[in-house]
Ligand binder design. Structure first.
Ligand code: CA
Length: 615
């Protein structure tokens, strides 16, 4: 796919053509039998706004409808392309004037409209989804997820009701609640469903309290108008980045003798929810991973019983981490087995250190975390057992695990079930097939590159294919924390299988020298190096890796003299903005950049001396 960055798309296949997306929202149409490219379309997203793309420059795929292919872009556009040629037919800007919105999700179709949400709650935006006429791109409606400035009047009764659950001048930071993934449609009920992200800022104690509706919620809207039909808040007054944007799966289940139309979600917060999708009634909820510390359970209406002391101004370690017990990765439901299959993460932990001095800053992230927190919990976190990843088969009626398979790496990809087979790729590049009824591993294949996307299956001329995009990326890959197990950065590709497939896979490793060779000497005190470490961890590690050990992006320990000599130009004056390295001029000064440099050089020297990268 011509990129070493994350691939998260679910390919769609129609009439022997496979449509998918790669990094920076490039759309590819291929012969589904051979992989030959028919056309590509690059929407040419400007690289210099990468500071506002928290979680890699990923895209989760296209929508297809009546001869058109729809893609949404990181910079907020929704584009319709001709299905046969890839020629652009119309393009609309779906985001509001210069705010740090981004889009990574696939558009969805409902009632002849194309519907799209957006992300940005970590930076400070007001979440919404919008609908456009699929043929012309004409705007149809917009449905906000959080209330705006009360002095301007509320758009709906739902917004007026929500405003009562916020404190202070909440609208100044946008409020968050971004619907960044997982819109689905039930044509029979004519309802659209989606989840919403965290409030801005993350921490309730600095927001001023309240449930902050409709953040961290599952929301149903009438497809014709966008009016909210019902909502269910999974994490009231969210304090830990428990976005409710995980995939929503519709199913018909028999629960205690009653046929129910349900919608299901394995939430970041560690609970698996089953709701009546007509009314939003809470039917059941149960923890699908062990070790949850933020809540002790759910009450009869599904409201969590929050554990004491987990949402104060004091720093605290909480599980699950903001990465979640499950995140955006597609899960699968089999009507044959009655089971849901999903990638679960057990025992993820994170230090939450709210910054009492936090103030909304349009040039910065606005999660409200103390960027220079240097307390004892950092060290304690290092000593906790590493989290583990597993493929979980969950019985949504019984509310318990049917079986699970723990794999050697933390990050598991999206899941496909076909017949009695479950397919899943993972961070170590392996794509494996399991028996759906009991989890017995039946087959596996090493694609050579970490997988996070879900496999898909399709038929062409009577032959069944399994296809998956292999491309290691996303926030965990970029942050690259130790203890995540084997991961495989590399050039992304799409790999396709048939029962008698005989193609050979060429190795495409990222070339990296064995040891760094620091080009200049460090002349900084221990104190400055430590300050550099704290600054690096907050500003640089989300892309270049924790402890200065990188995943798919450049590992700064290996930087040459040209980079080290020009570091102020690169970091403060944006001389590499075109390749995705934004300017930090509004966030760092020259002295701080030199402190960061001294930390990187000290890490390079440690690694060059053969000291293993930490750990
Ligand atoms: Ca979030």
């Amino acid at each position: 796919m011509g990129t070493p960055r994350g691939l998260e798309a679910t390919p769609l296949i129609k009439d022997g053509v496979l449509y998918t997306t790669s990094s920076w929202d490039v759309v590819h149409a291929m012969n589904a039998k051979t992989g030959d490219t028919l056309w590509t379309h690059d929407p040419k997203v400007p690289r210099d706004r990468a500071l506002f793309y928290c979680c890699d420059v990923v895209n989760r795929g296209v929508a297809l409808y009546r001869g058109k292919v729809y893609v949404a872009t990181l910079d907020g556009r929704l584009i319709a392309l001709d299905e046969r040629t890839g020629a652009p037919l119309w393009s609309v800007d779906t985001t509001e004037g210069g705010k740090p919105y981004s889009i990574t999700s696939a558009p969805r179709i409902a009632r002849g409209m194309v519907v799209i949400g957006n992300g940005g709650s970590e930076y400070g935006v007001r979440g919404y989804i919008s609908a456009y006429d699929a043929q012309t791109g004409k705007f149809a409606w917009r449905s906000y997820t959080v209330p705006g400035d009360p002095s301007r009047g509320f758009e709906s009764k739902a917004m007026e009701a929500a405003a009562k659950t916020w404190s202070g001048d909440y609208w100044k930071a946008g409020g968050g609640g971004a619907a960044w993934e997982g819109i689905v449609y039930d044509p029979a009920l004519d309802l659209l469903y989606f989840g919403t992200g965290n409030p801005t800022a993350w921490y309730r104690a600095i927001r001023g309290g309240g449930d902050s509706l409709y953040t961290a919620s599952i929301v149903a809207v009438h497809a014709g108008t966008g009016e909210i039909a019902w909502h269910f808040q999974t994490t009231p007054g969210d304090n830990w980045d428990y976005d409710a944007t995980q995939p929503l799966v519709q199913a018909d289940l028999n629960i205690h003798g009653v046929a129910r139309k349900v919608i299901m979600q394995a939430n970041k917060n560690g609970f698996f929810y089953v709701l009546d999708r007509k009314t939003g009634e809470f039917l059941s909820g149960a923890p699908f991973v062990s070790g949850i510390t933020w809540a002790t359970g759910l009450d009869r209406k599904g409201r969590p019983l929050e554990a004491p002391g987990v949402a104060t101004i004091k720093p605290v370690i909480v599980s699950p981490s903001p990465d979640g017990a499950h995140n955006w990765h597609p899960m699968a439901f089999s009507p044959q087995t009655g089971l849901v299959y999903l990638p679960a993460k057990v025992g993820t932990q994170s230090v939450h250190a709210p910054d009492p001095k936090w103030k909304y800053d349009p040039n910065n992230v606005n999660i409200g975390l103390d960027p220079m927190y240097d307390g004892e919990l950092n060290a304690k976190l290092q000593t906790m057992p590493p989290a583990t990843g597993k493929l979980l088969a969950w019985d949504p009626v019984a509310g318990k695990e049917a079986w699970s398979v723990t794999y050697p790496t933390l990050e598991g990809g999206g899941v496909l079930v076909t017949g009695n087979l479950v397919f899943q790729g993972r961070a170590d590049g392996v794509l494996a097939a399991y028996r759906a009824t009991d989890g017995k591993e039946l087959w596996k294949f090493d694609t050579g590159t970490g997988i996070i996307a879900p496999p898909v299956t399709y038929l062409v001329e009577g032959v069944q294919y399994i296809s998956v995009m292999a491309g290691w990326g996303g926030p965990l890959a970029l942050f690259n924390p130790p203890g995540s197990g084997p991961v495989k950065p590399g050039f992304g590709r799409i790999v396709t299988f048939t029962l008698d497939g005989a193609a050979k896979l060429r190795a495409l490793p990222l070339s990296r020298k064995s040891r760094p060779d620091p080009p200049i000497a460090v002349n900084a005190s221990k104190q400055v190096v430590h300050e550099g470490e704290l600054l690096y961890t907050f500003h640089c590690a989300p892309c270049h890796g924790l402890n200065a050990v990188a995943g798919p992006l450049p590992d700064l320990r290996y930087s040459g003299k040209e980079v080290m000599d020009g570091i102020e130009d690169i970091v403060l004056r944006g001389t590499r903005a075109e390749s995705g390295m934004p300017s930090f001029q509004k966030l760092l000064n020259a002295r701080q950049v030199r402190a960061i440099q001294s930390y990187i050089l000290s890490r390079a020297r440690e690694s060059a001396a053969g000291n293993p990268p930490k750990p």
